[in-house]
Design a protein around this ligand. Structure first.
Ligand code: ADP
Ligand code: MG
Length: 253
């Protein structure tokens, strides 16, 4: 049975989607069968693996709102072993439509039960909010991976995120654990990054991944080519970083 990991942080621009795409692709590269589920209406994870959103007929919206079987929505990607449940802008309405839906917090959990046996890992890219889409992802997951940008105010908002995690653990998903906090976009030329690392380690202690993702321009270019970094530039420092992260996740068990 596959392990399900939600990539979440209500702050935008911290590296959730970059981590979802590249952790998924690196796990696949290491021989794991991976399903990435895009739950952000922006659909950046979807286009990040080369899917043209204009050509997507069914997406995660249909699964969450119309009970479409997830197996009918899963698509192959160009990367061997990597599959995706895409998101399109149709999902923008789901946050509001879910409010009045029966069992609104557990719809994703029930939907993926059907797919869990077919994959080694399911990676869920969350939107930048703590609304029902993120709650669904946390309820459906075994663990949460929290990307934190090596910037001023790195810890801002994290106590709110952690109290949401505790609420989900208490009421919806007792099994949910913290996979780890991932430091992203480290600029090794500045002291600031190193200060942030110290601060985050003080707060989260052994929950911080050893791997730190460097700021790497190849990582920011890859999405416009619809390719994960391991395909776009396997020799880049960004690719090395995400491969190391994938090995650490596998080691975590
Ligand atoms: P989120 O999903 O949390 O909003 P993204 O993954 O979309 O964040 O990242 C925000 C922006 O930063 C994107 O333009 C992305 O390409 C860029 N980015 C993310 N990680 C890195 C990195 N390690 N180095 C350089 N650019 C990055
Ligand atoms: Mg994103």
């Amino acid at each position: 049975m596959g392990k399900t990991i939600a990539i979440a942080n209500q702050k935008g621009g911290v590296g959730k989607t970059t981590t979802s795409v590249n952790l998924s692709a690196c796990l696949a590269h290491l021989g794991k069968k991976v399903l990435m589920i895009d739950t952000d209406p922006q659909g950046n994870a979807t286009s990040g693996v080369g899917i043209n959103k204009g050509e997507v007929h069914k997406c995660i919206y249909d699964v969450l709102i119309d009970d479409e079987p997830i197996k009918d929505v899963i698509q192959e990607t160009k990367v061997k072993n990597l599959y995706i449940v895409p998101a399109t802008i149709a999902l923008a309405g789901a946050e509001i439509e879910l409010v009045s839906t029966i069992s609104r917090e557990v719809r994703l959990k029930h939907a993926i039960e059907d797919a869990k046996n077919d994959f080694d890992y399911i990676v869920i890219d969350c939107p930048p909010s703590l609304g029902l889409l993120t709650i669904n992802s946390l309820t459906a997951s075994d663990s949460i991976l929290i990307p934190v940008q090596c910037e001023y105010y790195a810890l801002e908002g994290l106590s709110q995120l952690l109290s949401t995690v505790r609420l989900v653990q208490k009421h919806l998903n007792h099994q949910l654990t913290i996979e780890g906090v991932l430091l992203t976009m480290l600029d090794a030329r500045t002291n600031l990054g190193l200060q942030v690392i110290e601060e985050v380690k003080k707060y989260f202690q052994d929950k911080v991944f050893k791997t730190v993702i460097p700021r790497n321009v190849r990582l920011s270019e890859a999405p416009s080519h619809g390719e994960p970094i391991i395909v776009y530039d396997a020799k880049s420092r960004g690719a090395e970083g995400y491969l190391e992260l994938a090995r650490e996740v596998i080691k975590n068990g």
